[in-house]
Ligand binder design. Structure first.
Ligand code: CP3
Length: 344
């Protein structure tokens, strides 16, 4: 069975001998070969140069060929940039947007969704190169993007934020302007995902990384509604994975949003989530990423515990509960991949 067949079968909730495995934001700073490339080119140069983005995307597969999927090397913030709001990294860590969206006029002045195909053509070029490279190994290639709400937080806050007060302020005080922005982001993401699908992405993951900071009763109006609209705009049946952090109270409504799979953060007990959700929705997750900084023995034990808890329950894609961190140990990743691929 090819990596891709295993991955797509798991998303379709078909029974498998063992789950497929991949790791989110796997190109991250924990790999020496990534750091070597990064010493020569900036992050944005790598993102915008299809040959370099291809190389970074494939690095984890070369080191851990047992992984079943690779995720495109890019960033969720290429969408704000394509709409006219560039970004950079703060020296102290975190994101700095070139400016903050503060007025309705600024929202209206953002580029239309029709600009996406041309401005993000480099992403399609990278995906086509990646697909060509994995044609001999049969690996799955995942595209991705941020959720409309998560992107809106960076645009309204002007970068990373501790309290998301400005994004919430617009939601509560000027709902029409908020909806104009979210409408624009949803249309841009729809065009972006179509571009990725046409370039060969096997599935797409939506990162609703900041869905969990909303007041519970506002999750629908501020975030999930736009995700549902986005998913409905894609080719019927195309597999979409929804990752959201800190949204455990909303798992049931997420499962009914039209996505094929839900990526669950590490705070939930995955077997309990499985029991609570409809059988046709696949689950992805959910080891605590911190485990990757411990020891191979601890990783093996914790991965085995998760695998056992999901035994006999189809529709599991093994993953961490969030992205792998720069201080993750390579020997822990080796132990993780080995534990999953040898599980029977
Ligand atoms: O394999 C991969 O690398 C996948 C590509 C990927 C990146 N970012 C590359 C990246 C993906 C899927 C993302 C998603 C992303 N980007 C999210 C959603 C996932 C999540 O973390 O919840 C978010 C919120 C972003 C925005 C972003 N980009 C942040 C907050 C940061 C960290 C900034 C900091 O404090 O340094 C980034 C940078 C980033 N994106 C890196 C990578 C590999 C690190 C860049 C580096 O220094 O080399």
């Amino acid at each position: 069975m090819t990596h891709r067949d295993r991955f797509l079968s798991a998303l379709a909730c078909q029974p498998l001998e063992r789950p497929p495995i991949w790791v989110m934001r796997q190109a991250g700073r924990y790999l020496p070969e990534y750091r070597a490339l990064k010493a020569r080119s900036s992050f944005l140069e790598m993102v915008k140069t299809p040959e370099l983005a291809t190389e970074v995307t494939l690095q984890p597969l070369r080191r851990f060929p047992g992984l079943d999927a690779a995720i495109l090397f890019s960033d969720i913030l290429v969408i704000p940039e394509a709409l006219g709001q560039p970004y950079a990294f703060r020296d102290t860590g975190g994101i700095q947007m070139a400016y903050r969206l503060e007025t309705r006029a600024q929202i209206d002045a953002l580029a239309p969704a029709s600009a996406i195909a041309e401005r993000l053509a480099y992403v399609g070029d990278a995906l086509r190169l990646i697909k060509k490279e994995v044609s001999s190994t049969g690996h799955t290639v995942l595209g991705f993007g941020g959720s409309p709400w998560t992107l809106a937080t960076y645009m309204l806050e002007g970068g990373s934020s501790d309290d998301f007060a400005r994004a919430k302020l617009l939601f509560y005080t000027d709902r029409a302007a908020f909806e104009a922005l979210l409408e624009k982001l949803t249309a841009a993401l729809a065009a972006y995902f179509r571009l990725q699908i046409e370039a060969g992405a096997d599935a797409i993951q939506i990162f609703d990384s900041w869905g969990g900071i909303l007041a519970g009763p506002d999750y629908e109006a501020a975030s999930l509604r736009w995700i549902r609209q986005l998913v409905a705009s894609l080719p019927p049946g195309f597999p979409v994975i929804l990752y959201a952090k800190g949204t455990a109270p909303h798992l049931a409504v997420q499962a009914a949003s039209g996505v094929r799979a839900i990526s669950v953060d590490w705070t939930a007990d995955l077997a309990l989530v499985r029991a609570a959700l409809p059988a046709q929705v696949a689950l992805q997750g959910n080891l605590d990423p911190v485990l990757m900084t411990t020891t191979p023995e601890i990783v093996r034990a914790q991965a085995a515990r998760l695998l056992e808890s999901m035994r006999g329950r189809p529709g599991h894609v093994f993953n961490l509960g969030h992205g792998i961190t720069p201080d993750a140990k390579i020997e822990c990743m080796e132990a993780l991949v080995d534990t999953v691929v040898t599980f029977r």
